[in-house]
Design a protein around this ligand. Structure first.
Ligand code: SAM
Length: 232
């Protein structure tokens, strides 16, 4: 279970709301049962259930059961897409091990606002489900030109370009190190955006194959491929 309280030996964590309902009502946690907690900073902790009431309980941290995970240095930068689909991207990016999810506003995006709280809730749920001990960072939405202007010079920018680019495996093997993938919206990038992306010094246009993938498929495929080669 993810909690915002910084964890440490002896720390008592009050739990209420949905998390308490899940523990008390669904998992039937009883006094002295052990619940595993993580705070995204200090690894995973075994905590003992105390003071269980109808709608809340307290978890008292005892021992650290796992250190903070190693997070591969990979960002997924993607245009906002429709609700359920961007939620899927958040869930899978977290499961696959991404360090950061960065929403990027592009000209053809059909969605220009994102509910970051909802996306963050999906990241937390995915982290809990897959046993991560760190949460991926969730960036505020930035415009594409601002993202490109400030692109760090120590990070590859793999540009998923459905109009053509280097074969994926070859491009990934030739450019090891900190990386990001940039995925367009349902309508793709417009030609001037494509040109601006390609002008970034660290940009590496890649193809994900001969078929046009949905944005969420492209995001998941790209993240899986990078992780398979670099994400130990
Ligand atoms: N512009 C396209 C169109 O309307 O025909 C569709 C864009 S596609 C649904 C969304 C995004 O997924 C693209 O902008 C690109 O980043 C990525 N993508 C999809 N298929 C791809 C492929 N075969 N190679 C590289 N990127 C791909």
């Amino acid at each position: 279970l993810y909690v915002e309280t910084p964890l440490g030996e002896g720390v008592a964590v009050p739990v209420e709301g949905n998390a308490a309902h899940y523990l008390i009502g669904v998992m039937r946690v009883k006094p002295d049962d052990v619940v595993l907690l993580f705070d995204g900073r200090s690894g995973e902790w075994a905590a003992r259930a105390r003071d269980i009431r109808k709608r809340d309980l307290v978890l008292v941290c005892e021992t650290r059961t796992r250190p903070l995970e190693h997070v591969p240095d990979f960002w997924l930068c993607c245009a906002p897409i429709k609700k359920g689909r961007i939620d899927l991207i958040a869930e899978k990016a977290c499961e696959l091990g991404a360090a950061k999810l960065q929403p990027v506003l592009t000209r053809r995006a059909v969605v220009d606002r994102l509910n970051l709280d909802r996306l963050r809730a999906h990241l937390v749920e995915a982290a809990e489900q897959c046993g991560r001990t760190a949460l991926p960072e969730l960036g505020e939405m930035v415009k594409l030109d601002a993202l490109l202007r400030e692109w760090p010079d120590d990070r590859w920018l793999f540009f998923a370009d459905e109009t053509g680019g280097a074969p994926l495996e070859q491009a990934l093997r030739a450019h090891p190190g900190p990386a990001a993938f940039l995925i367009g919206p349902e309508g793709g990038f417009d030609p001037s955006e494509r040109e601006a992306i390609r002008a970034v010094a660290k940009a590496v246009p890649v193809s994900l194959g001969p078929r046009i993938l949905r944005a969420e498929t492209a995001a998941i495929a790209a993240t899986s491929a990078w992780m398979a080669l670099n994400g130990d």
